[in-house]
Design a protein around this ligand. Structure first.
Ligand SMILES: C[S@@+](CC[C@H](N)C(=O)[O-])C[C@H]1O[C@@H](n2cnc3c(N)ncnc32)[C@H](O)[C@@H]1O
Length: 255
């Protein structure tokens, strides 16, 4: 039986392999479009749950924002810090938890993408995150976050299940399952560390990632219990209004 590790300790080294098909430049353009539409004066940005930092590094290339990018995982931030960044870019990285935004600064925009909020397992945790973020926003500041709905899990689970990949030093095997009753999407990763010279397996560990899918109605009712009002809700990666059929919704909130 392989040892169970905290999320993103071993997967961090493989994260960019897992995400190799994700177009972070276009995603950064989408976040920029939202900011320019709803708060064009914004300069100071905080990204939460930034992973290995790809989106903030792309956003930094626009050279119009001061960006602090954060994640709970120390390993993800270590990798983010080692990535090359644009000469004029001002992206800094720190570790920070959604549920304890312990940073001595306020921002014109706080954002988080790619279903990271789905790691928050209930309405109380989401409210805690939203209220914590509201205390770190400047006047007219925006909170932008996306979340994945049950539709997204139902559509993606077969594609994600039994999937594997490697970067030479680490190899992963993923099992993915979605429980439509509990609305829990579970990804079990078995990760092998390989001796590059001999090809022998040095160790095998396991990470179990559980995320909760939220419907648009559920998320709107959570937001109603916070100091925010809804500025916009977007479907996918366009400025198109989201609805109950959206697989991923990007919320734009203001206090
Ligand atoms: C699916 S990854 C997305 C990473 C990045 N946003 C991207 O687009 O590649 C989810 C991220 O959420 C982070 N995360 C999970 N729970 C967190 C929490 N409570 N506070 C901050 N980050 C968290 C994980 O460490 C991980 O990097």
């Amino acid at each position: 039986m392989s040892e169970l590790k905290e999320n993103y300790t071993f997967l961090a080294a493989l994260y960019d392999v897992l995400m190799e098909d994700v177009d972070y430049e276009s995603w950064a353009d989408f976040i920029d479009e939202i900011i320019q539409t709803h708060h064009p004066e914004a300069v100071d940005l905080l990204e939460m749950a930034c992973g290995t930092g790809s989106l903030s590094l792309s956003l930094g290339e626009l050279e119009c924002y001061n960006i602090l990018a954060s994640d709970k995982s120390v390993k993800m931030i270590e990798i983010a810090r080692k990535k090359p960044k644009d000469f004029n870019s001002t992206v800094d990285f720190i570790t920070l938890d959604f549920l304890d935004i312990d940073v001595d600064q306020s921002f014109d925009c706080i954002f988080t993408v790619f279903d990271s909020v789905n790691y928050l397992m209930n309405a109380e945790q989401i409210k805690k995150f939203l209220i914590g973020a509201s205390k770190k926003l400047n006047g007219n500041g925006l909170l932008i976050f996306d979340f994945s709905t049950p539709k997204n899990s139902l559509e993606s689970v077969d594609y994600l299940n039994e999937n594997e990949g490697d970067n030479g030093r680490f190899r992963f095997f993923r099992k993915s399952a979605y429980d439509p009753k509990q609305k829990i999407h579970r990804n079990e990763f078995e990760i092998e560390e390989i001796d590059i010279k001999t090809g022998n397996i040095l160790q095998t560990v396991q990470e179990i990632h559980e995320q909760r899918a939220y419907s648009l109605d559920q998320m709107l009712s959570i937001v109603e219990q916070t100091p925010y009002h809804l500025v916009a809700k977007y479907d996918g990666f366009d400025l198109i209004d989201a609805n109950e059929n959206s697989a991923r919704v990007t919320m734009v909130l203001q206090c």
